[in-house]
Design a protein. Structure first.
Length: 373
């Protein structure tokens, strides 16, 4: 009987103590601890940067999935580097700097099933609040994007926390690594190959057909028939890695000249034509020597100066004091593609009956290929 009475007293004291602890726990907010104990962690949490360089402005693409629904009036707080606060520009974020999927981001609460507004910002964070009566459902894949030029990275190499929490049930941290950019250097040697080649008889160049053959270093017009044009050609190839392409020009050192002092003047009738025109025979006007014969050229570079030679037109402005463009391209050239690395030039000479006799008319032509790197 004494033992039973002692046991009963101890049991009663233990029960009283348990009840006291329970009352104190509820009065101190035990409901909060129960809620926290049930909290889950956000899943699939990440922050993808467009630029991880020190001090750089970067786009932030922050993604996470909520295991628990986020209720009306609950907040989502995204904090950048809560430990050292080294990110810049966070406090200046406004509605227009953000985009979101998984909820409807609005300026102010209104109609819509998952309306969420930007509620506040600080030097390290910005806060979204779900509008009253709205809901972000469980397992929603949420993506928040901070547009470029708004948040600057820390200037010290390191791993930095991006924290997602608030009054919603779930929370999580992710991290980003901020590291210096890697400078890459390289060098590419300049290259240029320019080749002039002969063209056979019967070759068509810009609708004009050659009537005699040439070599890479000679244009042997031979004996010129009165009243009939003689046409020769040469092929030009350019291969270069010049960033801004190249230009090929040509000029003569003198008009074709004989030892007697007679000349075959440039097309047309001794007044060199700069704007391409159709070929025509010299006028052969007595005592006007520059009308007795003439010498001109055409190019099949079809995009040269907006296609100025197209249709077999000729010019004569390649005399000693003026260079004439006959081939060009605005970028690197491969030496085989027409108009870009390959072109041909046709030269035509025609005399009338008054052209002075001579078996040694000569001059020199000079090609110049100028790349621009």
């Amino acid at each position: 009987m004494n033992i039973s009475r002692a046991f009963s007293k101890e049991a009663a004291a233990y029960l009283a103590l348990s009840l006291l602890i329970s009352v104190l726990a509820w009065s101190a907010g035990f409901g909060f601890f129960l809620r926290d104990a049930r909290a889950a962690s956000l899943t699939f949490v990440s922050d993808t940067l467009s630029n991880a360089d020190l001090g750089a402005y970067a786009t932030h693409t922050i993604a996470f999935t909520n295991p628990t629904g986020i209720l009306g009036n609950q907040q989502i707080v995204i904090t950048f580097d809560p430990l050292t606060s080294l990110y810049g520009g966070v406090g200046n974020i406004v509605f227009g700097d953000l985009a979101a999927s998984g909820f409807n981001l609005v300026v102010g609460c209104g109609a819509g099933g998952t309306d969420t507004q930007l509620a506040a910002t600080s030097t390290t964070s910005f806060t979204f609040q779900v509008c009253a009566g709205k809901l972000i459902p469980t397992s929603t894949a949420i993506v928040v994007t901070v547009h470029p030029g708004k948040i600057s990275n820390p200037t010290t190499t390191g791993s930095y926390v991006i924290r997602i929490n608030g009054s919603m049930t779930d929370n999580a941290d992710t991290r980003v690594a901020i590291i210096p950019k890697v400078r890459v250097t390289a060098a590419v040697d300049t290259t240029l190959t320019f080749v002039v080649a002969g063209v056979a008889t019967g070759t068509t160049i810009n609708t004009v057909t050659t009537t005699r053959a040439s070599t890479s270093s000679t244009l042997p017009f031979g004996t010129l028939p009165v009243g009939s044009a003689v046409t020769l050609g040469q092929q030009l190839t350019v291969a270069t890695n010049a960033r801004n392409g190249f230009v090929v020009t040509i000029h003569e050192d003198q008009d074709p000249l004989s030892t007697t002092g007679a000349s075959i003047h440039l097309f047309a009738n001794g007044f060199p034509v700069a704007t391409p025109i159709a070929w025509y025979a010299p006028s052969s006007t007595l005592d006007q020597r520059n009308t007795y014969g003439h010498f001109g050229l055409t190019s099949n570079d079809s995009d040269l100066n907006a296609g100025e030679f197209n249709g077999g037109l000729f010019v004569g402005n390649f005399f000693s004091t003026t260079t004439r463009q006959i081939f060009s391209h605005t970028g690197p050239a491969d030496g085989v593609t027409q108009d870009k690395g390959l072109a041909s030039v046709a030269f035509r000479m025609q005399i009338g009956p008054l052209q002075e006799a001579g078996n040694d008319y000569t001059n020199n032509l000079y090609y110049v290929c100028t790349p621009t790197f």
